[in-house]
Design a protein around this ligand. Structure first.
Ligand SMILES: O=C(O)CCC(=O)C(=O)O
Ligand SMILES: [Fe+2]
Length: 291
């Protein structure tokens, strides 16, 4: 079956927004050489994405158009990089800008955490580690994931003075309200452990996604902070753009994605650790208040 491209999806949504019926669309797609199965699948996918946008599979063209327009100038988390500063004021800390990519938006920060903060997070997390669970978009619950062989845990938002301090720093650095963030996640990778390339947003085509989105909408940004360096391996990789970020203690990589779509080119993973242990803290940012 022909997969639906982002361009085709946008085209279909634009046609709907302009008031064309699904039946008329089906006809013109068939005339353009789309075979029946592919046409049906493409329209069904658009229907699902209309549902995930508006909560209503039969949303009017106008509602869809409004949602598409809102997407186009949707605010996203991210540091203020106008004037190409080398340092950013994160409130209680001066953070370095080490590297940036425009599309996808990726920023590597230095000096985000000091060694004592990294140690303290690791020690607070150690006793609470369990084999990492991934939010399960099929059901909205959580599951063990063979693609992710690290151990992990979540802190509650604001659960300690240290967690509060880091959350305030991150909110200021990324210009995103503290209450739009999920609780900090800590991951430990032992030798051989990895996190295979994935997207952090929730796949709109999965049936459990609407349930997950009720807690604050989509994820729109990720900050991975390196708490402990392995002896070898363990880079954060972005296969679509050939970028590898070395897991240096106290530094972090940030990236954002304006929609839940591979076209954001935010595919990324944690490469296998070859020796030693890698520890990271991940902060995921949602569109709205995360409850
Ligand atoms: O460990 C890494 O380098 C990546 C972690 C990651 O992708 C995540 O926590 O979502
Ligand atoms: Fe990730």
């Amino acid at each position: 079956m022909q997969p639906i491209s982002p361009e085709l999806r946008e085209w279909i949504v634009a046609q709907l927004a302009a008031g064309h019926s699904v039946a008329a669309l089906r006809q013109s797609m068939q005339a353009a050489g789309w075979h029946d199965d592919a046409t049906t699948a493409a329209l069904a996918e658009v229907e699902r994405s209309v549902t995930s946008r508006t909560g209503d599979p039969a949303a009017s063209g106008a509602a869809v158009a409004k949602s598409v327009a809102a997407d186009a100038n949707k605010p996203l988390p991210g540091p203020s990089l106008e004037g190409s500063p080398l340092y950013l004021d994160a409130g209680d800390r001066r953070v370095q800008v080490l590297q940036t990519v425009q599309h996808p938006r990726v920023v590597v920060f230095g000096n985000l955490l000091d060694a004592a903060e990294c140690e303290a997070l690791i020690e607070a997390a150690r006793a609470r580690l369990a084999r990492s669970r991934t939010v399960e978009t099929k059901t909205g619950g959580e599951t063990l994931n063979a693609d992710r062989t690290s151990d992990g845990m979540f802190f509650e938002r604001g659960e300690s003075e240290l967690v509060q301090r880091l959350e305030a720093r991150i909110a200021r650095l990324l210009n995103w309200p503290l209450d739009h963030g999920e609780g900090l996640q800590i991951l430990r990778y032992s030798p051989g452990a990895q996190y295979r390339p994935h997207y952090d947003y929730f796949d709109p085509r999965e049936p459990g996604t609407p349930t997950i989105l009720r807690r604050g909408g989509q994820r729109v940004g990720t900050l991975v902070m390196y708490l402990q360096e392995p002896e070898a391996g363990g880079a954060t990789t972005f296969p679509d753009i050939g970028l590898e970020v070395a897991p240096v203690r106290g530094t972090a990589v940030f990236f954002s994605y304006d929609r839940p779509d591979p076209a954001t080119r935010t595919l990324h993973g944690g490469a296998p650790v070859m020796a030693g242990e890698k520890w990271v803290a991940t902060k995921w940012l949602r569109e709205r208040v995360f409850t």
